[in-house]
Write a protein that binds this ligand. Structure first.
Ligand SMILES: [Zn+2]
Length: 275
């Protein structure tokens, strides 16, 4: 009897170890409560997004994809929270606060890219915390797979909404609105639907991302490759355009608290993306 009890105890401990090894790598979804997906439509209101003079308004495209994503995810049983659901301006601090008020959540920010060079094209997916890499890899895999645009890779960068959200958080740049071909795609409703479905597929398969480190992981039927990524967290600090902007207020020592209005950050970052 006692021996059996010990065996069960060992078996239980073994299972627990396997479970912990798995869940520590997988996105934090071990809670029993349903996953909440916080969808963040970039820009809004007076903040059109993109670069000055850009013909296609980024804020309209991001909202439309976000609303489509909301429908797709809700239909799959996810709880969905939108940081904005209309053409209004929402400060970045409010966006991350909305996200952080949810337990067991993941955060997906939708953007479109812009560059002064019209030829710039492709999909980029950003993350900041290591916890977010699997989600970024999965979303990037599906969005690139369903888009005619090329991949500009998964990138690590300290965007405000990625730094200030306490959950796996990803920002997808769904192509360049300054590129005539990609802008034409973005303006097509069925293409935006396809983007939303691809992002939703990435959300759904975020725990299926394979890694060379996860030898204890249970093999899945369709493993998504972990994307190699470019770490831009240091590059950002030394970018000329950025240091020029922050020089006035000498923010070099303040790593976390930029003196620049938080709401401007995404716009500034996206406008200096293409050198
Ligand atoms: Zn944007």
């Amino acid at each position: 009897m006692r021996r059996n009890f010990c065996r069960i105890l060992f078996l239980g401990a073994g299972l627990l170890t396997t479970f912990l090894a798995y869940s520590s790598y997988a996105a934090k979804s071990s809670d029993s409560s349903p996953i909440t997906v916080v969808i963040d439509a970039g820009h809004g209101g007076y903040d059109r997004g993109g670069i000055p003079g850009q013909r296609v308004s980024e804020k309209d495209m991001t909202l439309d994809v976000a609303q489509r994503l909301k429908s797709v995810l809700a239909a799959s049983g996810y709880r969905v929270v939108m940081t904005r659901d209309s053409d209004i301006f929402v400060p970045l601090g409010t966006r991350s606060a909305i996200a952080n008020s949810n337990r067991n959540a993941i955060f997906v920010s939708i953007h479109f890219n812009s560059a002064t060079r019209g030829g710039a094209s492709g999909i980029e997916t950003y993350f900041y915390s290591r916890d977010s890499l699997a989600l970024a890899s999965a979303i990037h895999h599906y969005v690139v797979g369903g888009a005619p645009s090329g991949s500009r890779g998964v990138r690590r960068r300290g965007y405000y909404v990625l730094r200030r959200t306490n959950m796996p958080a990803v920002l997808v740049e769904c192509g360049f609105l300054t590129n005539p071909t990609e802008a034409a795609y973005a303006q097509n409703a069925s293409y935006r639907q396809k983007l939303a479905e691809a992002i939703a597929a990435g959300v759904g398969r975020r725990n299926s991302v394979g890694s060379s480190f996860s030898t204890t992981r249970v093999a899945t039927a369709e493993s998504i490759p972990l994307q190699p990524y470019v770490d831009q967290t240091r590059v950002t600090k030394s970018k000329k355009s950025r240091s020029k902007r922050s020089a006035k207020k000498s923010t070099r020592k303040k790593k976390k608290t930029s003196s620049k209005p938080a709401d401007m950050e995404t716009r500034v970052a996206s406008s200096d993306r293409e050198g």
